[in-house]
Design a protein around this ligand. Structure first.
Ligand code: PAN
Ligand code: ZN
Length: 186
């Protein structure tokens, strides 16, 4: 047996930041969500380089068919709208349909938009401390309904994979729009 040691973990989760040498970051601009917003005229008046969200991820095991590992990520969605539709993530099903996920709110305000395979849609409010269990077979997208950054964390199986195609083709069957100042799924 080796001498037992106590180490500083290689990952830090401080407020809305995920820090560590193996943390990767990806950005999504307005141009990455082309055709996902309803109001095409408003979309075309906006700078395609507008930053919508950034994702910090820790993926200790790559998706090489191994099961049992977990990924962790933090997403920051900036406030804003395209027409009356709130800035949101692309949204996806998991490629392995029975893989579930947890999301939890860190700061800011938003709505987690969920859609099952029968295209039934529902939403859950997100705020600091909200915890969301996303079952397998349920597509998930988050919209920022506030006027500051919405941050949330996520934990999902490393072999879940992301299937963006169905959402790119058919979208969700409801959109989160501001109507008379109130977020509504329509
Ligand atoms: C999250 C999402 C992240 C960005 O880590 O990937 O919030 O959303 P999109 O992937 O829909 O652009 C997750 O759900 N992982 O499975
Ligand atoms: Zn997911």
């Amino acid at each position: 047996m080796e001498t037992p040691k106590i180490i500083v973990p290689p990952l830090l989760f401080v407020r809305d930041l995920l820090l560590g040498d193996e943390v990767t970051k990806s950005n999504r601009n307005l141009s990455d969500l082309k055709d996902l917003f309803q109001d095409v005229k408003s979309y075309e008046t906006m700078d395609p380089e507008t930053l919508l969200y950034e994702v910090y991820s820790y993926t200790p095991v790559q998706n090489d068919g191994k099961t049992g590992a977990l990924n962790f990520g933090i997403t920051h969605i900036y406030p804003g709208k395209v027409g009356q539709e709130y800035f949101m993530t692309k949204g996806h099903f998991h490629a392995q349909d029975n893989r579930a996920e947890y999301y939890w709110g860190i700061e800011g305000e938003g709505v987690l938009i969920l859609m099952d395979r029968k295209r039934n849609v529902w939403g859950e409010k997100m705020f600091s401390g909200s915890l969301h269990y996303i079952p397998g077979g349920v597509a998930h997208r988050v919209a920022n309904t506030g006027n500051k950054v919405l941050s949330f964390a996520a934990c999902w199986p490393s072999d879940a994979g992301h299937d963006y195609e169905e959402i790119a083709e058919k979208g969700f069957s409801a959109r989160l729009m501001e109507v008379d100042g109130i977020p509504q799924l329509i």
